[in-house]
Write a protein that binds this ligand. Structure first.
Ligand code: ATP
Length: 224
């Protein structure tokens, strides 16, 4: 298998608190991995290390064989912007931009011109059933629709990996299931790998591999 993201012996300390303890993790191209665990067990902290947002206190994370620690701040920001996508619990759309502008943002930030960026965003929005809402503002759409826009924005630039932190945690269960299904279908159709942090066993059941975080210790759950 083709491993694209790897963590070895990752520790993350906040002061004297060790939020992540010796985590080993490997993600293959196109794989969907779920990280479960109780509140405060260190899931988000691990995700931020895997995404190159926080630097581990010990150990290393590499993407396509290149360690984050060997990259300049600029190179790491470019990598995050161009090769990674992010979805958070509340979507976190920019309120002053339309749905289409929000979805096109990663392409615009990468320097793409407006017409092709909006065409690509329009296509992804259509695939998520949001074609009619392109000119709307985030304040005018429902929670489920808003989370779909966040999914569109995370996938529009066809990233290698999407990092999702409780991506459906703010939705009711029927809406959460629908958004999750559409998110993973679209990610799988374009070969994007996904790391999902979740409390929810139903969400984790959609993943190819499952991990549990307990007091900062990551273990892979082996199918029986
Ligand atoms: N910026 C920070 N400074 C200090 N301690 C922090 C910080 N962020 C998280 N922590 C602590 O680190 C531990 C792990 O937190 P983390 O947010 O990674 O857990 P989590 O499993 O994602 O929790 P939740 O499911 O509630 O989001 C917790 O004890 C938390 O209080």
């Amino acid at each position: 298998m083709d491993v694209i993201l790897r963590a070895r012996g990752v520790d993350l300390l906040y002061g004297s608190q060790r939020a992540v303890r010796g985590a080993d993790f490997a993600l293959c191209r196109g794989e969907v991995a779920a990280v479960m665990g109780a509140s405060g067990s260190g899931k988000s902290s691990l995700l931020y290390c895997l995404a190159g947002v926080l630097a581990p206190s010990k150990g290393a994370v590499s993407f396509e064989g290149v360690a984050f620690s060997g990259l300049s701040d600029d190179a790491l920001s470019t990598l995050r912007r161009e090769r990674f996508g992010f979805v958070f619990q509340y979507g976190e759309l920019l309120p002053e931009l339309t749905v289409e502008e929000n979805a096109a943002l990663p392409l615009r930030l990468a320097g793409q011109r407006k017409a092709p960026a909006h065409a690509a965003a329009g296509e992804v929005l259509e695939r998520l059933g949001l074609g009619e809402l392109k000119q709307w503002r985030p304040s005018q759409v429902s929670g489920g629709q808003s989370q779909r826009v966040a999914v569109a924005r995370a996938l529009v630039h066809r990233p290698a990996v999407v990092f999702a932190d409780e991506p459906t945690g703010a939705l009711d269960s029927a809406n959460a299931a629908a958004v999750l299904e559409e998110f993973l279908r679209l990610a799988r159709s374009q070969g994007t790998a996904v790391v999902i942090v979740t409390h929810d066993a139903d969400v984790a059941a959609h993943a190819d591999s499952q991990y549990t975080m307990t007091d900062g210790v990551l273990t892979q759950r082996v199918a029986v």
